[in-house]
Design a protein around this ligand. Structure first.
Ligand SMILES: [Zn+2]
Length: 136
């Protein structure tokens, strides 16, 4: 896998870019498969709604990175039932609004509520249509 470095104007630093072989799901290429560009430095520095390097919503880059499994340590995980497939999994936290399900590849909304000593996590379906639209 080729790694390239590029300057990202959103996080004002050099980021690492790779092109993956395409997403796989359960060992099988997903329907929307195909090589895709993944930024390995997606994370807290991505504060904008858009990724300026690729003209994608930032959250989409988070989904790609989570799906690629290249930096699973970069994501916080919360366990809970995926609103989409119903499996209880370690959902990857993409942002304060979204989590990613490694079992079915869907993206869900979540809400983290902290009450005194107790934490609550609310999960809900993301309303956007799936699969992810291919950019042209
Ligand atoms: Zn799922």
């Amino acid at each position: 896998m080729d790694m390239q470095h590029a300057y990202c104007s959103a996080c004002d630093q050099e980021v690492r870019i790779v092109v993956t072989e395409g997403p796989v799901h359960g060992g099988q290429p997903m329907v929307s498969g195909g090589p895709e560009v993944v930024c390995l430095d997606f994370g807290s520095a991505c504060t904008g709604a858009m990724c300026p390097m690729f003209g994608l919503p930032s959250i989409m880059m988070g989904v790609r990175l989570a799906r690629s499994g290249l930096r699973s340590e970069a994501f916080q995980a919360v366990s809970g039932p995926c609103p989409d497939c119903g499996e209880v999994v370690e959902l990857k936290v993409l942002s304060k609004d979204f989590v990613y399900c490694p079992a079915c590849g869907s993206r869900s909304r979540w809400l983290h509520i902290q009450l005194d000593e107790e934490e609550f996590i609310a999960l809900g379906k993301e309303t956007q249509p799936r699969p992810e639209p291919r950019e042209v």
